[in-house]
Write a protein that binds this ligand. Structure first.
Ligand code: GRF
Length: 199
């Protein structure tokens, strides 16, 4: 069994969708939700899902050690960022090399980087007159939105689309693809662990 932790700062609709997707799965479980905001709606979703959720301060995220301790306590093997707005600090990156992924609601490398989150991304896409947008699932490194890209999917942006219209299309792509991509990455890690144990 590989235990996943989801980091989320806000509503957590992706967190809920991912948790639902893995419910009843014998190999993968969403075991812990972590936020940087005590009032984030994701805690309410976690409560309904029966998944423990905890909050760490911005300082604790910057230092990282308490969070790594908590992740080890829950035997977490893989971390999923879903609408998580803080930078992931080095101790966390070191503790989970190649095992932290993020989803960005546009086609990186465009419309990404520091300060590019939520509605700002969709506004930027519309203002640039893009004909398409989409999602980018990527590994997390020490720079915002710069880790290696794992998967992208696109949607059409019509000339009269508002940022809200684009957000709706992008959310549908997120719900459709993020859980599946996570499943295939985690399966690969489980296979590598197996090979390691068999050696
Ligand atoms: C998603 O669009 C995600 O791609 C972005 O923030 C949004 C979070 O939405 N990074 P939710 O909290 O999962 O509803």
């Amino acid at each position: 069994m590989i235990h996943i932790s989801i980091f989320a700062s806000g509503s957590g609709s992706n967190a809920e969708n991912i948790a639902d997707y893995f419910r009843g799965n014998e190999d993968i479980e969403v075991s812990l939700i972590i936020s940087n905001r005590r009032d984030a709606y994701v805690h309410e979703r976690a409560r309904k899902l029966g998944i423990p959720s905890v909050t760490f301060s911005r300082e604790e995220f910057a230092v990282g050690t308490e969070i790594v301790k908590k992740l080890h306590e829950y035997n977490i093997g893989f971390i999923v960022l879903a609408g998580f707005l803080l930078k992931v600090s080095q101790p966390l990156l070191d503790a989970y090399p190649g095992r932290i992924v993020n989803i960005h609601p546009a086609l990186l490398p465009a419309h990404g980087g520091r300060g590019m989150y939520g509605d700002k991304v969709h506004r930027s896409v519309v203002d640039a007159g893009e004909k398409e947008s989409g999602i980018t699932i990527h590994y997390v490194n020490e720079h915002y939105d710069e880790g290696n890209i794992i998967f992208q999917a696109t949607c059409v942006v019509e000339t009269d689309d508002t940022p809200d219209d684009v957000a709706r299309k992008v959310h549908l792509l997120e719900y459709a693809h993020y859980p599946e991509v996570i499943a295939s990455l985690v399966k690969k890690i489980a296979e590598e662990n197996q090979q390691f144990e068999n050696k």
